[in-house]
Design a protein around this ligand. Sequence first.
Ligand code: ADP
Ligand code: MG
Length: 562
Amino acid sequence: MEHLREHFKRIDRKGYKAYKDVRGRYQAKDYELMIDFVQGDPFASPSRVRLHVPLQRTVISSEDLTSSDRKRHLADGLVRRLMVAIKKYSRQSWIIDVPGQEVLERTAASFRDEDIEICLSVVLPARGRTILGKQATVYFFEQLPKIIDEALFQLDRREVERVLTLCDKQQALRQWLKREDLLAFIANDAILPRKSGVSQKPLSLSEAVLFQSPQSFSRTFELPDGEQITGMAIPNGITLFVGGGYHGKSTVLEAIERGVYDHIEGDGREFVLTDCDAVKVRAADGRAVTSVDISPFITALPFQKDTRQFSTANASGSTSQAASIIEALESGASALLIDEDTSATNFMIRDERMQTLVAKEKEPITPFVDKVTQLYEEKGISSLIVMGGSGDYFDCAHHVILLDHYQPYDVTAEAKKVSATMPSRRRNEGGSSFGTMTQRTPTPPSIQTAKGKKQVAKARSKTHIQLGVHDVDLSDVEQLVDTSQTRAIASIFQHLENERHLGHISMAALAQWIESCLDQEGLRAFTPFSSAHPGDLARPRRLEICAAFNRLRTLHIESKSV
Ligand code: ADP
Ligand code: MG
């Protein structure tokens, strides 16, 4: 570190470019410091610094790190502590990738062998373009040690235990969901509503109606420490949420959507857990669709447009929703989560009167209501549907839950009675089986990061990736919850292009392969090799990676029927 101090002294008052000299590796008393990247000017993206802190210097021991889930939770806890310490000791200089309410695997902090690896960014100080060496010395020799001391060395054992206990409970519950063939679990007293449409923080206790399971869905699970947790267990199958407008249907569904991720203590959704492979699908008119076999839902489009390899640069509501479902199945979804608010009506329902006026031969769409049972019985895909506007799903639903003043009630029996006494005279248009599935192989021109002489693959926001001269719109991918996940997807794309991985295997196999790389090597597996510093990535699910792939307007597919 004394070398670094001398560097700063020597380049003080020089032009900004002289900062380039400080790149390198330095040994401090308590950690190793690596300056991986130095910004070219004061307004460019910040410089990148990595720390290796020996586990031994903290109260975390290798016995705490017995699973990837525990590592993820503890690392997340450290990032949050670093965030607080940075705020306290450095006004604008140090930066860490800030997590939201979810506990995601992220590169900002991770465990490697005997070390904790921390990735930070820092704006190296200047007046105009003149280096402020003394100020830089303050950053690295006063602020940084204080930040590390408070966030890591002052960490006490009780906090470690708290994080691990919550993690272990969540994982035990997830395993129980699997064993019991449940789609989701919502604990009693969970807080589902959020503060606002733009904040994932919980609505205050004085305003929120806490969740209480209907008696018939109530299950109690005994946690590893003997504590009992009771709540609503939603079995796999076809489940319908009904109820008046503004009675909380979408709020429940959104909580279930996010239940594929773990949440931090205090979020209110700590024990709202959903099968990790459940996928929210919605209509997104205007999206591109490339060679998707949507024939289970849509056939005989005007002018004989092929729906077994359906491509369009501008999908309609119904075709986009059909494509999103088929794509989700291809990437290994276990369940579909659907909200009427974001669905195409003509994709979801088609009533008796419409069947009479517009003959089946004139309607390309087979509505989801006639496919949902086949999906479950033939393919084992559950569906959870919010539908306040039509009773047509009563016949096929296994469970019907009414939301009234934000409280759920089991109305399955009543709904079945309505089905029996007021039989729907609509004809089932679903045919004898779900239909064909086609294997798709993405080929190299799919990913084009070239922009002039440069390669560009970056997240512009949570919902937009720039690849070369192209923009990828992910705004309908609702379970992408963190910009750092979007950045990770961009860097996966870059990697796939550079390593020439495309053209050999199907989309489904590619998704599996990416997932197993992430399992084994973590996000590092896909870090752009131009930088040692992975910085600000968080792990996306296989399902969102595929969703992004499928939204590339440059996607190029070779397909074959299976
Ligand atoms: P629906 O889909 O049934 O029309 P929403 O789920 O959109 O209704 O909820 C309507 C409003 O009620 C939203 O502003 C939401 O934040 C609020 N809300 C939902 N659930 C609760 C709850 N449990 N406690 C308090 N407010 C809630
Ligand atoms: Mg709604």
